[in-house]
Design a protein around this ligand. Structure first.
Ligand SMILES: Nc1ncnc2c1ncn2[C@@H]1O[C@H](COP(=O)(O)OP(=O)(O)OP(=O)(O)O)[C@@H](O)[C@H]1O
Ligand SMILES: [Mg+2]
Length: 311
């Protein structure tokens, strides 16, 4: 039965001797989404990914790629993987390497080279297709690794820190390409990264792990809302009067006016606060210049979850 999931695991666990690196995780990655996998160093991200691609056997639990058991041939064929540490033979020519990977994946000899060149072009490595990989910068190697992962047109991309070692321009270009793959080719992307501000720009869903266990997961829109703590922003022509009226109602937990004349109100109960804000503005006859609800960033969510809240 199709449950709409590209990746599903139950109680997935990996022990290295007495040490539990991944501790009973239940992952659910919906088809066609970009799903971020975040957590501190040593949290178990790479180990989880290696189990998903079938490179590491799990100690306990189970996992499926589009319904196929992890490690099985049909499951592996669905996946393109770019590892955390790339390794290339330094004397290999970029296009030969990608064409070679294409051949391994069953692409016909006459098509392999053409496909390799197209892919290198798309990755902005077209000018280096006949260069030796040994001379590539870290960022170029990472792009080459993405090329290798994409050569058989996988339905699922598992990328372990695909933008590490890259400069900001290179990173943005990779993120752009990932977005393009998701939108135009409906590729499901499961990626880990420590660069939360960038990850935030492309992920629809997020799973956060710590010490081998899932600590937060969900849809980004829902998580942003959940972690925002009902923080409202408004600006009116009569800020002081509005603030006074709101204070009199005692509907907010914290409130202040910032130096750009925005009123900030934080409440435990959003519905009545929202209703009263509208009523107060109307009663006073103030002009409403701005109203919005603050959304937590991925970084805010990370900090709150990992217990790194300031104060
Ligand atoms: N082959 C192994 N043998 C023993 N311990 C291992 C092995 N591989 C990983 N570990 C341990 O398992 C834990 C999880 O490692 P993992 O590489 O999965 O973390 P990670 O979340 O990918 O971290 P990072 O963000 O640094 O890449 C770490 O404590 C690591 O030392
Ligand atoms: Mg890792």
């Amino acid at each position: 039965m199709d449950n709409g999931l590209m990746i599903e695991t139950k109680d997935l666990t990996k022990n290295f001797g007495d040490f539990t690196a991944v501790d009973g995780i239940a992952l659910a990655v919906q088809k066609g989404t970009i799903h971020g996998f975040v957590g501190p160093n040593g949290a178990g991200k790479t180990t989880t990914m290696k189990m998903l691609i079938g490179a590491l056997r799990c100690t306990r639990g189970e996992g499926y790629i589009k319904g196929y058991e992890i490690g099985s041939t049909p499951a592996r064929q669905l996946i393109g993987y770019s590892p955390e540490q790339t390794f290339f033979y330094k004397d290999m020519i970029a296009s030969d390497y990608i064409a070679y990977m294409a051949r391994i994946c069953g692409v016909k000899r006459e098509d392999a080279r053409k496909k390799a060149l197209e892919l290198l072009d798309w990755l902005d490595l077209g000018n280096f297709s006949e260069s030796k990989v040994g001379g590539f910068s870290a960022g170029m190697k990472q792009r080459l690794s993405l090329g290798q992962a994409l050569i058989h047109e996988p339905e699922l991309l598992i990328l372990d820190e695909p933008t590490a070692n890259m400069d900001p321009t290179g990173r943005l270009s990779i993120l752009d390409k990932l977005r393009q793959l998701a939108q135009e080719k409906e590729v499901t992307i499961f990626l880990s990264s420590h660069i939360l501000s960038e990850l935030e720009q492309i992920v629809d869903f997020m799973t956060m792990i710590d010490k081998g266990q899932i600590v937060v997961e969900g849809n980004m829109a829902e998580l942003r809302k959940r972690f925002s703590g009902n923080h409202f922003l408004l600006k009116t022509s009569h800020n002081d009067a509005v603030m006074k009226a709101m204070k009199a109602k005692g509907l907010f937990r914290e409130g202040w006016i910032d130096n750009e004349d925005f009123i900030h109100l934080i409440s435990d109960e959003a519905t009545s606060l929202r209703r009263e804000m509208v009523a107060a503005v109307a009663r006073i006859g103030a002009e409403l210049e701005h109203f919005s609800e603050e959304r937590a960033t991925l970084q805010d969510i990370y900090r709150k979850t990992m217990g790194m809240e300031e104060e």
